[in-house]
Design a protein around this ligand. Structure first.
Ligand SMILES: Cc1ncc(COP(=O)(O)O)c(C=O)c1O
Length: 228
C-alpha cells in the first residue's frame, strides 16, 4: 500500500502542501505500514529552489518519482528511494524499452553538473523572488490577482473576480491569449482553470526574463477591464 502526493501540486494550481499535512502523511504511513511516495516529476531538479521539493520539509519519503527536468528534455524518468524497497524487485524484474537509455542518462548527468556549476537552486529562488515581487506589486493595479504563491521558481498567480473568491477563468484565458500574441507562452492550470503558472528554464538569460516580466505587466494591466 502507498500514498503518493505532489509536494507542490502541478496541474492543479501550484499549491504547496502545508508542512503539517506532509508530517501527518508521514505519521499515518508509519503507523499503518504504508509507503510514502513523493511525486517530484514537476518539482524536482532545482525548480523549487532546492534540488527536490521534499527538502523544504522535515519529512523523508520512502520513494520519489522523477522525470521532466531530470534530463533537460531528453526522455528519462525514474523511481528512487530506500534501498530495501528498490532492491525488492528481482534482477530483471523491472524494465522498459527506454529504461536506462544511455543518451538520456548522459543528458541527466549533464543536467546535474549544470545545476551544480551554475548554482541553479539559488538562481531559481532569485528569479522566483523577482517574479513574485512583480506580481505582488501588480496586485495594487490588477484587482483580479487573488493570490501569488509557490516556492523557488515554481510560481503561480491565481485570478478571481474582483472583491470575491469566484474563480475568473476568462481573465486567465485572456491573459494567456494576449501574452501569446506578444510572444510570451503561459500555461493555465488549476481546478477552475483560473491560475497561470510560470515554468521558465532556470538557465533563462536575464534580459529574456526581464522582457517576459515587461510583457506580463503590460498584458495584465491591459486586461483589467476586458474580461467578461
Ligand atoms: C506531477 C506529475 N507527475 C507525473 C507526471 C507524469 O509523468 P510522465 O509523463 O513522465 O509519466 C506528470 C506529467 O505531466 C506530472 O506533472
Amino acid at each position: 500500500m502507498a500514498i503518493i502526493f505532489e509536494p507542490v501540486q502541478g496541474k492543479s494550481g501550484f499549491n504547496p502542501a502545508p508542512a503539517d499535512f506532509v508530517r501527518g502523511l508521514r505519521r499515518i504511513c508509519d503507523e499503518h505500514g504504508i509507503l510514502l511516495i513523493a511525486d517530484e516529476v514537476q518539482t524536482g531538479f532545482a525548480r523549487t529552489g532546492r534540488l527536490f521539493a521534499m527538502e523544504h520539509y522535515d519529512v523523508v519519503p520512502d520513494l520519489m518519482t522523477i522525470a521532466k527536468s531530470l534530463a533537460g528534455g531528453m526522455p528519462l524518468s525514474g523511481v528512487v528511494g530506500r534501498a530495501e524497497i528498490m532492491d525488492a524487485a528481482a534482477p530483471g524484474g523491472l524494465g522498459g524499452t527506454y529504461a536506462g537509455n544511455p543518451l538520456a542518462v548522459a543528458a541527466a548527468h549533464a543536467v546535474l553538473d549544470i545545476i551544480n556549476d551554475e548554482k541553479l537552486c539559488e538562481r531559481a529562488a532569485r528569479l522566483g523572488d523577482r517574479l513574485k515581487a512583480k506580481l505582488e506589486a501588480l496586485k495594487a493595479d490588477v484587482p483580479q490577482i487573488a493570490d501569488v504563491r509557490g516556492p523557488g521558481a515554481m510560481i503561480a498567480v491565481e485570478f478571481c473576480k474582483p472583491g470575491s473568491h469566484d474563480a475568473d477563468a476568462a481573465f486567465a484565458k485572456l491573459v494567456q491569449t494576449r501574452a501569446l500574441e506578444r510572444g510570451l507562452l503561459l500555461l493555465v492550470c488549476g481546478v477552475y482553470s483560473n491560475v497561470v503558472r510560470f515554468l521558465f528554464p532556470l538557465t533563462i538569460q536575464d534580459e529574456v526574463f526581464e522582457e517576459a516580466l515587461g510583457i506580463l505587466e503590460d498584458v495584465l494591466t491591459e486586461t483589467i477591464g476586458a474580461a467578461v
